[in-house]
Every structure is written in C-alpha cells, then in structure tokens.
Write a protein that binds this ligand. Structure first.
Ligand SMILES: [Mn+2]
Length: 272
C-alpha cells in the first residue's frame, strides 16, 4: 500500500482471531487508520479479548445494538441473556467503568474524510429523507442525551418504536425511534416506518423495502455510506454508493474491511 489508507471494519461480534488476522492484512505496519461499524462484541466466542484489544488500542467505532446492550448490562439495567448473549467473561473482568467510558466516546454516525471525499459510517442505516446535516443533528441529539445521563438513556432505549416522531412530542419515543434507525433498521416504508422483525434478505411485506434502496438525500454530499448489521445481505446492496460490510463472520462467513479511498474490500474467513 502506497499511501495511508482508511478502512471500515465490519461487525466483529467477538471474533477475535479473525479480527487479528484482518488487522495483519489491512494494517501490517500500524500506519493505516481504521474505524469499526459497531457490534464489536456478543454472539461470538471471544468478546472479552476483543474488548481488551479495543480498550488497549483505543479503537474507534460507531455504536451498534450489541454495544448498547453491553453498556446496559454493565450498568445493571439489563440482564445478560444466557441463551443468546456470550459476554460472561467481559462481565467477570471488572472493567465496567473503562468499557462504558470508552463506548461513550463512540457516535451513532461518523463522517470519515479522505481526498476531498466523505464517507458516512453507521451501524444499521439512515433515513432516505435525511440530508447530511439531518444525520449529524440526529446523532448529536442522541449522543448528548446518552452522555448527559447514560442510565436514563439506556433504560428507556429498548422498545420497538417504528414510526417517526417530532422533537416536541415524546422525547423517549423519539430517542427509541432514532436509536432503532441507526442501530437496528433493515426494511422501511416510503414514509420512514420501520419493520423491526424481518432479518432475512427479502420481505414479503408490501410497502417495505431495504432502507438503502430509496433515493438518499445525503448522497448529494457524501461519496458513500458504509454500514454493517445485516449479515443476511452478505454485503450485497446493488448500490454503488451504499456498501454493506457485515459478511456474517460470527455465523461462519467472513470478516470484511472496506478501504474508503478506493472501495476495495479485504476479507478473512471465519476461523472454525
Ligand atoms: Mn447489529
């Protein structure tokens, strides 16, 4: 690699070995920059090792639904679901404060600038009707309430709020909706109503389309949008400016990184 590159890494979800293998490929001399798409932990085998590496090396990411879930567990707001969650070893490490403090530096949306171009990184997606300013305003609104009172934010965050809501009406429901857009969204209607159930590639529900299939206002100002969260897509969006980087490493697929400078993708296979 000639000059410094910037990469966005897909959903790691506790796949520490694959994460380290990927870093060897994208950053052999520790001079390239990389940023994560969220869901650093959970479901996978070595979340505690991923967390250790993230804290030690001050790795940056946007917030994913699993990252928020870990914060809620660490703050005693949610219980570790032993049937689904795989974060016991994180909880036993007594690193709650460090983890929460580090995760509180993560945004929901991040603009990466490169060669006069801009890439937007989000965990799940953004609304088609949003300009870049609207994206950043929604991010600021969430981040300021998360930082000012994490306990209150995390305890009122859970809920399947699916319809948009104005600022003045109900703050909790508005936060829930915005968190769902940034961290859980897959299919939406043309009126920005979310389907929070369907996780596969296609939906039979009329009126619902993948969020990236609509015309996106923010693409006037952005070179591309990079997201994770939706493993079933296997990265396929059929959109030249909206790129999925969750290749389902935790489900036996691959861990991917996209080079935002030239859009090339590097992958490592899941370690069995
Ligand atoms: Mn996710």
């Amino acid at each position: 690699m000639k000059s410094k590159s910037k990469f966005v890494i897909g959903d790691i979800q506790g796949c520490y070995k694959e994460f380290k293998n990927l870093l060897k490929l994208i950053d052999p001399n520790k001079e390239n920059k990389f940023f994560c798409v969220g869901d650093l932990i959970n479901r996978g085998p070595e979340s505690e090792k991923v967390i250790e590496y993230i804290l030690e090396n001050k790795i940056k990411s946007v917030l994913g639904n699993h990252d928020l879930h870990l914060m809620a567990i660490l703050m005693g707001i949610k219980e570790h679901n032993d049937k689904k969650d795989t974060m016991h070893k994180i909880l036993s490490k007594n690193k709650s404060i460090e983890i929460i403090e580090h995760f509180l530096t993560f945004p929901f949306a991040k603009v990466l600038s490169h060669q006069n171009k801009k890439s937007l990184v989000v965990h799940a997606g953004i609304l088609p009707t949003w300009s870049l300013n609207d994206v950043l305003a929604a991010n600021d609104e969430l981040i300021s309430s998360l930082k000012s009172d994490p306990g209150k934010f995390l305890s009122t965050m859970y809920g399947n709020r699916r319809k948009a809501i104005s600022k003045s009406t109900n703050k909790k429901n508005r936060r829930r909706y915005l968190v769902n857009v940034f961290t859980r969204m897959r299919f939406i209607t043309s009126r920005n109503k979310l389907d929070l159930q369907t996780k596969v590639k296609k939906t039979s529900k009329e009126q619902y389309q993948p969020w990236f299939s609509y015309k996106h206002k923010s693409l006037k100002e952005l070179d591309n949008i990079v997201f994770g969260h939706w493993a079933a897509l296997n990265g396929v969006t059929n959109h030249n400016k909206i790129k999925g980087v969750d290749l389902g490493c935790v489900w036996g697929g691959a861990l991917a990184a996209i080079n935002v400078n030239d859009k090339s993708i590097i992958t490592v296979d899941s370690v069995k």
